[in-house]
Design a protein. Sequence first.
Length: 311
Amino acid sequence: MPSTDDPYRYEEVRVSPMYLAGSNGTGDAGFAPVAHWPHHYLDEGPCQLVVTSPDQRIRIGWFGDDFELWKITAAAEAVSAPRWTATFNHVTPAEIVAGLTAALAHDYAEADAYDGNGRFLANPSIHWADAVRPLTDAGWRREAAERGTVELVAPDGQAGVLIDNRLSGWDDESVTLWAGPPGWGTRAEAVFTARTPTHLIAATAAVMANAAPVIRERHQIDRRMEHLVTLTPVGQVTDPQVPRAPTPLDVRHTAVAQAVHRAARAPRTAADLRVMAAQSRTAGAVQNRSSNFAPAAATPPISASTPRRSR
């Protein structure tokens, strides 16, 4: 752990890839999409907060001190057994949880358009690839795996997904998203049971595939992870650059350039035309002297601005 005397201990940094950023100690980001739903604060037991849909069919529980930090379920009725369960451990960034809660909030809002039940109770697709399409689209590659399972790994090798098709019950854990090296404080895991709707798993996977960094305080990054992530102090490099004030030399250069541009575009005056004509006659005389024959000299035209000789 970093020293409490470290002046950079609480410095805010951007962390990428996001799936290796770990938790910031709060569930704020995960609860943000359902901030308008009823909140139930519990004084006893491991679960400290439950946010439910208005009809209580969807439940989002936060266990602030447990390894299994988040437990999210959906049921056909408020008092019936869950149709499916998703759990996220204490290392999982809350921003990844938000991928699921945002999809649930959308499904609940559109429930009336889906026979009143909501897509959050839909049957999963029979094609395993549908659940992880955001990952394959982002370049995650398929790896060798045990018979009856499918495994995809991120290009950096530090995240992946395991799909277990060897099912024996509806509550079996069928899809596991992971990130980070094995270890209690280093590996993030999100686990979905067999009947979890495919589009909800895909919504969670889409956040993992997102390359955008997240903000953490420096002390929240486990030292065992520092060599795997990129840390950029907030306000450095990625923030918009403020243009510097022009120097006196810049002002002079700009003025000269503008004057030359105006001169090039200005219409010719009579004096300009006389100078050009004189230059043309001088160049012609030089050319005639260097030639073996001299063509008849052309009489320059008389312009209105040329003075006439008196007799």
